[in-house]
Ligand binder design. Sequence first.
Ligand code: SAM
Length: 365
Amino acid sequence: MGSISCYAMVVSGLESIAAKEIESVLGAKITRKIDGLVTFKIDGPDPDLFDLKTTEDVFLLGWGTDALTYRASDLDDIRKWTAKEADWTRLISHHHSFKPKTKGKPTYRFITQMDGEHGYHRKDAQKEFAKGLARFIPPNWRMVEDNASVEFWLTINEKTAVAGIRLTDKNMRHRPYKVAHRPASLRPSVAACMVRVAELKPHHKVIDPMCGAGTILGEYQIYAESWRVPRAAAWGGDIEQAAVMDASANTRKLGKIYLNRWDARWLPLQSGTMDRIICNPPFGKQISSDVDINKLYRGLMIQFNRVLCQDGKAVLLVSDYAAIKAACDNVKWKLEKKFRTQILGQNAVLSLWHKPGPEGTLQGE
Ligand SMILES: C[S@@+](CC[C@H](N)C(=O)[O-])C[C@H]1O[C@@H](n2cnc3c(N)ncnc32)[C@H](O)[C@@H]1O
């Protein structure tokens, strides 16, 4: 069958974390990482692809470019590349080997996404994409608006474009465990990235002190399942009782988690007992204007530092990186990794911090 080229859409800035998961779960060869996209090759139609957690969607790759000009001449190129650069007949047969044909006449649809200020409309790009594909689509296939068995996608992001056939569906982004939703809840793929940055071991005691709907704790439990050995119980809490109840509904079936209502600046936990803190404190628009974010983060980090063991690590996701950095510097944590990303339309930074061992001088204890 030869190798199969694919691309995964991931949350911008988290490509290298997703690439690691793709490599380890699928034994894939990563071919490129660009804004929001990871391209890779696999040896065959591996069903584990549907179990990736850090990706939002996965496609068979038809063609890709980073040489769009923003001018209307791109439209000719989109048609030509679609008609000549990809073997769509082979891709359709790969699609059937991942997802067996449904009964009855196959249905299809075109989907075009476009970001950036281009000198043409998204609909015009889709028209040329469809023209390029026309001769590859069997005549008995029926075009539909929704629920197509085969989706042909064209995604344009500034100078970059990729075209392909979608393999996954919304089930990749949504998790069946998430029955209760909260407005500031993280995308599961982002929480899954945070968990993978935390360098976890089965004996680690993990806590999300501001857990909201419990997405981080849920993704931790799913990740820890793969260890196939007993793991320590996890901890979580939130200042809002409704959040604690939602987190409890969402994580009930996933593993042992102690959930509490608390103010994360005064945690009812013994000092030095947690190995990993993974947390997405409220940020930006989620905070009312009378809250001083520097003061909030400073108070939180003094408390997080108290409960974290020597040599422990914390993964934090915030939009105001300067404020969290000042708070982490205050407790003498060392920055180990930093990823610039976008959360709910805002710039954000996912960072990994290390609390140094006994020789480090610690404040806030
Ligand atoms: C960005 S949300 C977390 C979202 C969560 N990661 C999820 O996926 O649902 C921040 C949470 O911090 C909680 N919070 C705000 N101040 C707090 C405090 N002082 N102590 C504990 N929780 C707090 C909010 O109620 C909110 O649920």
